[in-house]
Write a protein that binds this ligand. Structure first.
Ligand SMILES: C[S@@+](CC[C@H](N)C(=O)[O-])C[C@H]1O[C@@H](n2cnc3c(N)ncnc32)[C@H](O)[C@@H]1O
Length: 240
């Protein structure tokens, strides 16, 4: 009896080992899963952002703490770094974000905006998230660069038209089926040469086909998709 049990255990272990080796072998080499959904991943060249001064050190420490803590549907660190770079290099003065959540992406945008002498206006509907985001902005030392606009963004974004201020960078990261309305309402106030980013352009969560159509079939817009990580970002330039 004991020999039989030992044999069963040995066979089970060998089978498990063979299956896991086979699964490893069948993984696509480009980092995507069987659905073609890429998880990106670091390269050996990736290093954390380095702080140039104490102000930046404070912000990076807060971002690091957020990245290690609870996940509030935030963008990835790599996406945040790229957004920051694009905000800074385009010299953006007015950055508008739809969907603040805990403020992780907002802090990256704010780092770019602060460097270019700009401001970030971020829209959020959930009072719980607004409270958390406020605390995070303070902790990161970027609260002076950020204005939180509370309420349903479909209504509150009207203020950008009323203030008649051109938007340099627009980042859409709220409910996916809202993107088309945000785009339609705000495109007239995005400056020529300005950038519109849409988050979650990969397969999960599924982007709204109406938004994809709007940013890929208008000759006044030029769009590329940055699929660096699992979520994917669309980057659209409003042509001059
Ligand atoms: C994916 S999370 C944003 C994540 C954040 N951009 C980040 O990366 O750190 C989406 C947020 O959009 C907010 N949201 C959804 N519908 C909204 C609306 N109509 N107006 C304003 N905010 C909305 C949600 O409450 C949620 O906090």
């Amino acid at each position: 009896m004991r020999t039989l049990v030992t044999s069963i255990v040995v066979v089970a272990i060998v089978t498990l080992a063979l299956n896991s080796a086979a699964a490893e072998e069948s993984k696509p080499k480009d980092g995507s899963d069987k659905y073609g959904f890429s998880y990106g991943g670091g390269t050996e060249h990736d290093k954390p952002s380095l702080a140039k001064d104490d102000q930046e050190k404070k912000a990076l420490a807060a971002l690091d703490e957020m990245a290690r803590g609870r996940w509030y549907l935030n963008i990835t660190t790599r996406e945040g770094r790229v957004l920051r770079q694009l905000v800074e290099t385009t010299g953006a003065k007015r950055v508008v974000e739809i969907g603040t959540s805990s403020g992780y992406s907002t802090i990256w945008l704010a780092l770019g905006a602060r460097a270019s002498g700009g401001k970030v206006f971020t829209h959020e509907i959930d009072p719980k998230m607004i409270k958390i985001a406020r605390e995070n902005f303070k902790k990161a030392g970027v609260d002076d660069v950020i204005t939180i606009i509370e309420g349903d963004a479909h209504k509150t974004i009207k203020l950008h038209k009323e203030q008649d201020q051109q938007i340099d960078v627009l980042f859409l990261d709220a409910e996916k089926f809202g993107y088309i309305d945000y785009l339609n309402q705000l495109l007239p106030v995005v400056r020529p040469g300005g950038l519109i980013f849409g988050h979650d352009m990969h397969k999960r969560p599924m982007p709204d086909p109406r938004f994809i159509k709007a940013i890929t079939t208008d000759p006044n817009l030029d769009t590329s998709f940055i699929m660096m990580e699992c979520f994917g970002i669309s980057m659209t330039v409003k042509k001059r």
